[in-house]
Ligand binder design. Structure first.
Ligand code: AP5
Ligand code: MG
Length: 210
């Protein structure tokens, strides 16, 4: 099964991706994580990506598409994959059409008013990638899951979040229509449900597909 996860910044794509990938034995491919790993390792791609990510803009299509195309040729993708954060505009979606067969698009709809607080309060584990919100940490700075150090993503600040949300509305939201027309969309609401409840809803729909 090959899936796409669609949703605004902070909608809960990464949170659901880990659960979906575990449940269905899929490879989790997050373009954001790939860029952040490149930034950490100081690669050429990382340097380029950083200049866009820090402003909340999209990394150029030719770079992003090439990375994804290559990643999809890896042996592990044969068991199925979950794309988190790709495609993000119609150019990328058309490109993906030519190199992949997608079975469904999981779209997480969310009330925008929640996102600023969710993102600016997010803390992420450097080791395992688990996300937390400062309001539930009680001052702790290490990960409850693996003990790793928690950090704040550089793009999780009010100015950059505003720009990421604008980019989502202008460029990514049209993909909901794009995939609805292809009959691939599965819609969910990420606004109120805790992550576990939302996952149960997603699982019920994906089980039907299998
Ligand atoms: P990316 O890393 O993909 O970031 P994003 O799309 O902005 O989304 P986030 O990772 O911030 O949020 P999420 O939806 O994963 O939410 P999460 O589960 O963490 O991209 C970063 C940048 O890289 C882009 O801005 C762009 O520059 C570049 N990039 C990436 N892909 C690209 C592409 N294809 N083309 C060009 N450029 C690209 O949850 C958020 C918070 O909410 C967490 O604290 C979590 O604990 C909490 N939470 C989650 N679910 C719930 C729930 N149900 N209830 C309450 N809280 C919840
Ligand atoms: Mg994410």
């Amino acid at each position: 099964m090959n899936l796409i996860l669609l949703g605004a910044p902070g909608a809960g794509k990464g949170t659901q991706a880990t659960k979906i990938a575990d449940r269905y034995g899929l490879v989790h491919i997050s373009t954001g994580d790939i860029f952040r790993a490149n930034i950490k390792n100081g690669t050429k791609i990382g340097l380029l990506a950083k200049s866009y990510i820090d402003k909340g803009e999209l990394v150029p299509d030719e770079v992003t598409c090439e990375i994804v195309k290559d990643r999809l040729t890896w042996e592990d993708c044969k068991k199925g994959y979950l794309l988190d954060g790709f495609p993000r505009n119609t150019f990328q979606a058309d490109y993906l059409d030519k190199c992949a067969k997608i079975d469904a698009v999981v779209n997480i709809n969310i009330d925008f008013s929640l996102l600023m607080d969710r993102l600016c309060g997010r803390r992420v584990c450097k080791e395992c990638g688990e996300s937390y919100h400062v309001s539930t940490l009680g001052g702790k700075t290490d990960c409850a899951r693996c003990g790793g150090e928690l950090y704040q993503r550089k793009d999780d600040n009010p100015e950059t979040v505003k720009s990421r949300l604008d980019v989502y509305e202008a460029q990514t939201a049209p993909l909901i229509d794009y995939y609805t027309k292809k009959g691939l969309i599965l819609n969910f609401t990420g606004t109120e449900a805790p992550a576990e409840v939302l996952f149960e809803e997603i699982k019920a729909k994906l089980d039907e597909l299998k």
